[in-house]
Design a protein around this ligand. Structure first.
Ligand code: HXC
Length: 259
């Protein structure tokens, strides 16, 4: 597929999607969301892709949804829009492969919300996070009021959503918004290192582990435990389970085939 606002590169099982509108700090317009959605579908279906990295490059992740596109919109236009942001975020969040966000510079508004649909967030030391929508007279409308409290708890999420101020990478790490902070010039290396580690794991087990966590978060504990049990049982039908346990007993690294 041809992409204009993102760059898609696949190398050794790792797909890297790079937002590419540097002149507006990677502001996310409908075209970006549509291309992200198409790329997410393509990467989900491509058997050579094991892990996906989403990044904005070394300077900025994304300064939010494109304000120039929203400024004059009416309530009816917004209400009846097919919301490409929602489609893109849903496809990324439910992609049956691990998604790592590698974040440098600003991750604001819709940009911050995009990091929330990744499974793992790695921040560069120069990263800054924020949900400044409140300062524009709106609220985070691409999952920020729902996914952020689930990730960091409602108290801290409300402080970010109500205040609209930015926080630095170290503070994001302290409150659990990111998994790891690394020196800015090592961001891509670190993201690749983590992606490579996940490429060595069994793809079916990864797929079901991701589903167990994500689906489980939408259920009460009892239902979640039952869903986990179904996923667990199913993995005993895979060759990877036999290989993984045989390799342990034979004291050698497992070689998973993803089946
Ligand atoms: C459109 C944007 C933009 C945005 C920056 N630009 N952010 N254009 N939408 N979200 C453009 C600027 O207009 C400017 O264009 C160029 O990018 C460089 O930005 P500057 O402001 O000159 O850079 P700087 O002074 O370094 O300030 C950086 C910044 C600031 C602090 C990130 O740009 C900023 O506050 N941006 C808006 C952040 C924001 O409010 N995001 C939330 C959006 S609402 P020119 O042409 O002047 O060079 C949202 C809702 C999501 O995300 C809802 C669901 C989809």
């Amino acid at each position: 597929m041809e992409y204009k606002t993102i760059i898609v590169r696949i190398e050794e099982g790792i797909a890297t999607l790079t937002l590419n509108r540097p002149e507006v700090l990677n502001a996310l317009n409908d075209q970006v969301f549509n291309e992200l959605a198409d790329a997410a579908s393509e990467m989900a279906a491509d058997p050579t892709v094991r892990v996906v990295i989403i990044t904005g490059g070394e300077k900025v992740f994304a300064a939010g949804a494109d304000i120039s596109q929203m400024a004059t919109a009416t309530a009816v236009e917004v209400m009846t829009s097919d919301k490409p942001s929602h489609r893109a975020f849903h496809l990324i969040e439910t992609m049956p492969k691990p998604v790592i966000a590698a974040i440098a510079g600003y991750a604001l508004g819709g940009g911050c919300e995009l990091t929330l649909v990744a499974d793992i967030r790695i921040a560069a030391e120069n990263a800054q996070f924020g949900l400044p929508e409140i300062k524009l007279g709106i609220l985070p409308g691409a999952g920020g009021t729902q996914r952020l409290p689930r990730l960091i708890g409602p108290g801290r999420a409300k402080e970010l959503i109500f205040g609209g101020d930015f926080i630095k990478a170290e503070e994001a790490l302290r409150i659990g918004l990111v998994n790891k902070v690394v020196p800015t010039n090592q961001l891509f290396e670190e993201a690749k290192k983590m992606a490579k580690r996940l490429c060595d794991r069994g793809a079916v087990a990864l797929r079901l582990a991701k589903s167990a966590v994500n689906e489980g978060l939408r259920m009460d504990l009892e239902a979640g435990l039952q869903y986990e049990d179904k996923c667990f049982n199913l993995l005993f039908a895979t060759e990877d389970q036999k290989e993984g346990m045989r390799a342990f007993l034979e004291k050698r690294p497992a070689k998973f085939q993803g089946r």
